[in-house]
Design a protein around this ligand. Structure first.
Ligand code: AMP
Ligand code: ZN
Length: 463
């Protein structure tokens, strides 16, 4: 079946026609590794993963590239403030390298826990500095960029199509008060391709313009081109990237190459918390570990995400997580009943459900509708055929349908002990062994022992 996707650039749903038949190249803006990824960030990567899984379900060979931003992402996307890595280094006394290594590792553990397939390639910005310098030099040579006292800037007025992704108008931006004017820039929307570094700046490289570091936008142009070629199929990111980061990527790539670089731009909407913004000051930037500590298996969070189409905002509340947990448990119970069921389901009945499922996923990743198809299918008399088809659907959902097992409770275990065991199970899935051990100890203090089994865990009275 042919996948149709909403292309932010053309503002309509289009058939996805890959450049090379049967193969799709996807570039996704990856994390800036100066802190833990929060659940909003992770929604963007669940979307990246769903896109890949749908394409693979459709028989495409996918090359997925996701960068690791370990330099150059300033506190404001529009080139103001400190570099996020430098700021974190100053706050913790660690080197940017140590910080990047630690949070990259944490990020990979989070995506593993959420069943997000690791991208085919995860290039680090700091490993691609010569590639970035070459593009900046070329943009200077072609007259699209200029040098100032503090760096090399791209001149947005040189690119007639500037604003085509987000619809912003450069004239409004010059007169509008929204964009702060850096006195070095010719136009307030001009953006840094390269920043000259002060001597105390920790991350800096030699360049034809002295020591410095790359701008955030040029990183993605350099790495996408290196791994996917001059023109590639799909570029993804969160909606916040549309007006600055991706607008700038388009401008510099098209001016440098002399042609379009990306065929489809896809953006996932934001996650809200209690209907509002996620922010450190509100203390609501939860991580996967926070969820595990409260007894929510990462796969329940994935289920929660899948219930809202990626172009819609999703509102996180603890009540919604409870509802997702209950629904997921019911789903697993139904699947188990089918796994052990004796009924036989007619092939044409199964085929109808399969078609509905495929129509849903191929309609701009309407995963919520596909989950609805599954729920309806589970109402059929219990049969192994239904379970087997659900397993096929799970190639897209990645909700561990192959791992569901009955909850074992041979003894009357108090709820608080079960909650601790559930938290421990979630911690183990995240490979958070320290937390897992601490929870085992808390369970022991309550007079119980927990044993890991192929099914999950078993609780016994401590001898
Ligand atoms: P960053 O690490 O800040 O570069 O962000 C990583 C990804 O998370 C980007 O694709 C952002 O668009 C996305 N993102 C950031 N905040 C949220 C949020 N609250 N909800 C959904 N996606 C987000
Ligand atoms: Zn990017």
């Amino acid at each position: 079946m042919q996948l149709r996707v909403y292309n932010t650039l053309t503002r309509k749903k289009e058939e996805l026609v890959p450049i090379k038949p049967g193969q799709v190249g996807i570039y996704s803006c990856g994390p800036t590794v100066y802190k833990y990824a929060h659940i909003g960030n992770l929604r963007a990567y669940v979307f990246m993963d769903e896109l890949r899984r749908v394409l693979e379900y459709d028989g495409m060979k996918v090359k997925s590239v996701m960068n690791i931003t370990d330099v150059g992402h300033l506190v404001s996307d529009a080139d103001d403030g400190e570099d996020k890595m430098e700021k974190s280094a100053a706050e913790t006394g660690k080197s940017p390298l140590e910080i990047a290594a630690f949070y990259t590792d944490q990020f990979m553990k989070d995506i593993d826990a959420l069943n997000i397939k690791r991208p085919t390639v995860c290039p680090k910005a700091t490993d691609n500095i010569p590639e970035m310098i070459a593009i900046v030099q070329s943009l200077l040579d072609k007259g699209y960029a200029y040098q100032t006292d503090d760096g090399i800037y791209f001149s947005v007025e040189k690119f007639a199509d500037y604003g085509k992704l987000s619809g912003i108008n450069l004239k409004d931006q010059r007169h509008g008060a929204r964009v702060e004017v850096n006195s070095f820039k010719r136009h307030p929307v001009d953006f840094a391709l390269w920043k000259k570094a002060a001597p105390n700046h920790l991350q800096q490289w030699d360049s034809p313009w002295g020591k410095g570091f790359p701008g955030w936008h040029i990183e993605c142009t350099a790495m996408s081109r290196k791994y996917l070629g001059d023109v590639f199929d799909i570029h993804t990111g969160g909606v916040d990237h549309i007006p600055i980061h991706h607008e700038n990527e388009i401008a510099q790539a098209e001016c440098w190459l002399g042609h379009k670089a990306v065929n489809y731009w896809m953006h996932s909407e934001f996650m809200l918390i209690d209907g509002g913004k996620m922010s450190k000051s509100l203390g609501n930037t939860y991580t996967v570990t926070d969820l595990a500590n409260r007894g929510y298996d990462p796969v329940v969070f994935r289920y929660f995400c899948l219930n809202v189409q990626y172009r819609q905002k999703i509102n996180f509340t603890w009540e919604a997580m409870d509802a997702a947990k209950t629904a997921y448990q019911k789903l697993c119970a139904q699947l188990l009943a089918h796994k052990n069921g004796a009924a036989v389901t007619e092939a044409d009945v199964l085929a109808q459900f399969k078609t509905k499922f495929e129509q849903a996923i191929n309609d701009d990743l309407n995963i919520p509708l596909a989950i609805g198809v599954l729920w309806t299918m589970l109402k059929l008399p219990h049969s192994k055929d239904v379970y087997n088809l659900a397993l096929q659907f799970d190639k897209v959902f990645a909700l561990d349908f192959d791992k569901i097992v009955p909850v074992k409770q041979q003894i009357n275990v108090p709820d608080d002990v079960i909650a601790l065991a559930e938290q421990r199970l979630a911690a183990r899935k995240q490979k958070n062994w320290a937390l897992s051990d601490a929870l085992r100890e808390s369970i022991a203090q309550k007079g119980y022992a927990v044993k890991d089994t192929a099914d999950g865990y078993e609780i016994t009275v401590k001898q």
